[in-house]
Design a protein around this ligand. Structure first.
Ligand code: MF3
Ligand code: CO
Ligand code: CO
Length: 272
């Protein structure tokens, strides 16, 4: 049985802070993401910003989910083109036309905030942009299902429907997760599935929604570094992530910031 943690007002206040900090790292780094910069340079800039400006800690650094994993060696995940997630920063420069997911988790006051976005490196093909945009919509269709009394299956189903309608596939090896005092809490948020199945949502739950959507087939291969997942067919993959609080009337997206991308027009925030 999974232990589902319901957050109290105090937890929620601290989560708002950690989540906003994570989103602000993405705002900060955006102008640096251009052809020629290496992912190690991006990682260092993010580390310095989190530690020196935000007075916080980058949750991925030395993170070891269980003893089978080697501790994660960097502060961020940088997943490029056919890399699905957990791309490890290195000394290779980004190239014109790359798409990159940058995943930031910030630990502050004892709480983790987790968010990621896609970035275009220079001039990106229309096909790659379409994948990034549809994946962004998938995340928001999932978020839009969040409300006390709905089911986790409603979230996964909304994401899968939108992805497949557009000719894409949903990665099944990774899921969203509860987040709070622990980076990855028990609750698993699948990005596919059947409506009205799975865990019932309750006000005070906090979890991430972070769909990974592939241009081609959904299947995954792991690199020998033990962390990075790539598409088996070498097609492109995209991912976006927000941390979300369940409320009685809907949802509160916690990983918000001034420069975050616009919320799709099909979302009616006023009614939440
Ligand atoms: N931030 C990732 C997530 O969304 C987890 C990264 S774990 C790491 O769950 F060790 F690879 F950083
Ligand atoms: Co996450
Ligand atoms: Co993340």
């Amino acid at each position: 049985m999974a232990t589902i943690i319901i957050k109290n007002q105090q937890d929620i206040e601290y989560m708002r802070i950690s989540c906003k900090l994570a989103a602000e790292v993405l705002d900060y780094i955006h102008p640096f993401i251009k052809p020629g910069i290496t992912t190690n340079e991006i990682d260092k800039l993010c580390y310095d910003y989190i530690v020196n400006v935000q007075k916080a800690y980058p949750s991925p650094l030395n993170y070891q989910p269980d003893p089978k994993y080697t501790p994660y060696p960097k502060s961020t995940c940088t997943s490029i083109n056919s890399e699905i997630c957990h791309g490890i920063p290195n000394d290779k420069p980004l190239k014109d036309g790359d798409i990159m997911n940058l995943d930031i988790t910030v630990y502050k006051n004892g709480y983790h905030g987790d968010t990621s976005r896609m970035f275009y490196v220079g001039n990106v093909t229309p096909q790659a942009k379409r994948l990034c945009n549809i994946t962004y919509e998938c995340m928001w269709y999932g978020i839009n299902q969040v409300k006390a009394g709905n089911y986790l299956g409603d979230v996964g189903n909304a994401i899968q429907k939108h992805a497949e309608k557009n000719g894409y596939s949903v990665v099944q090896e990774f899921c969203g997760h509860g987040v709070g005092k622990v980076f990855h809490e028990d609750l698993q948020v699948l990005h596919y599935g059947k409506a009205k199945t799975g865990e019932k949502l309750q006000a005070g739950m906090i979890f991430t929604i972070e769909p990974m959507i592939n241009q081609g087939k959904r299947h995954v291969r792991f690199l020998s570094n033990g962390w990075t997942a790539v598409t088996k067919d070498r097609g492109l993959s995209a991912q976006w992530e927000h941390t979300v609080l369940v409320t009685d009337t809907g949802f509160e997206v916690l990983t918000i910031s001034d420069k975050m991308p616009a919320i799709p027009s099909f979302i009616k925030i006023e009614s939440k």
